[in-house]
Design a protein around this ligand. Structure first.
Ligand code: MF3
Ligand code: CO
Ligand code: CO
Length: 279
């Protein structure tokens, strides 16, 4: 690790080599719960189930299925593994998974909507195993994608990758957002502001918030043991959005396509580890 860089950003009395001291500082100052070895093992176990579920769905995505069919798949696999789905009844959310189609940015509610050739659909799963949470999502093509679908999915995927590479000790939350925003806007796309990544592991949404836009060197400093999501929502058009009357479904104002990829990421001594590795 770059202990020198980290040292400069910690409180005077706190050594960059002293995990317990940093843990106490982050709890007191930010309400952030750094994860110990055994916690990380638990989160990884959940993450493996999350990936199994996502792969299972991916293999079955095709024109003609409904988003409710996806919900059923997620429910069955979750139950078979003696796990629970975090979204179910979360602040009143009625289903076990979010399915966000085309211009839906996030929090799409599974229903009788039939997926058709050329659609894109983000599937966002968050199981709970032994009290540990892991959060992962991917945007899938339904059948054969058109040019716009290919573009927004490629840009969103690359945004996640660039964000994750900034998640190293001594860097800041702002470094992550900056890398994502710079790439997305450079490609003529836009970054959603209202919804952000988040700490995860002991709970669905923990501090800190992880915006997908920002400035270099701003926000809190990343330290080993932090576990959070990076989940950029990228629009082909403008970033403006609104929520539908169902109080959940978030859509682009201009009707443009929106894509998202999400990982649960651990900051390690040496850099980062993706706890939900895919591709
Ligand atoms: N999984 C989403 C996230 O990435 C949160 C969904 S909240 C729900 O943070 F209630 F819609 F499930
Ligand atoms: Co999340
Ligand atoms: Co999620």
């Amino acid at each position: 690790m770059n202990y020198k860089k980290l040292k400069k950003k910690l409180k005077k009395a706190v050594s960059p080599y002293d995990f317990q001291a940093i843990k106490a500082q982050y709890a007191a100052q930010y309400n952030i719960r750094l994860k110990e070895k055994e916690d990380i093992a638990g989160i990884k176990r959940t993450a493996m189930l999350a990936l199994d579920i996502l792969n299972h769905v991916e293999e079955r995505i095709k024109p003609g299925i409904t988003t409710n069919d996806i919900n059923t798949m997620v429910e069955e696999l979750t139950r078979k593994n003696n796990a629970r789905s975090a979204p179910l009844n979360y602040q009143g959310f009625p289903k076990s998974v979010c399915t966000s189609v085309n211009n839906v940015i996030c929090h799409g509610i599974p229903d009788e909507t039939v997926l058709k050739d050329g659609d894109i659909v983000n599937v966002d799963v968050t199981p709970i195993v032994n009290g540990y949470y892991a959060d992962v999502s991917k945007t899938f093509f339904v059948g054969t994608p058109g040019k716009d679908a290919q573009k927004i999915v490629a840009v969103a995927r690359e945004c996640l990758s660039r964000g994750v590479r900034q998640a190293i000790p001594g860097n800041t939350i702002g470094d992550i957002g900056y890398a994502i925003q710079r790439y997305a806007e450079g490609q003529g796309c836009s970054v959603v502001r209202e919804y952000v990544g988040h700490g995860v592991g002991f709970d669905f949404h923990e501090p800190p918030q992880v915006p997908h836009f920002g400035k270099k060197n701003q926000g809190l400093t990343l330290v080993p043991g932090m576990v959070f999501t990076i989940e950029p929502m990228i629009n082909l058009g403008k970033h403006n959005l609104h929520v539908l009357p169902d109080h959940w479904t978030v859509v682009t104002d201009d009707g443009s396509l929106s894509a998202q990829f999400e990982h649960t990421v651990l900051v390690t001594d040496e850099g980062f580890e993706i706890l939900t590795p895919y591709d």
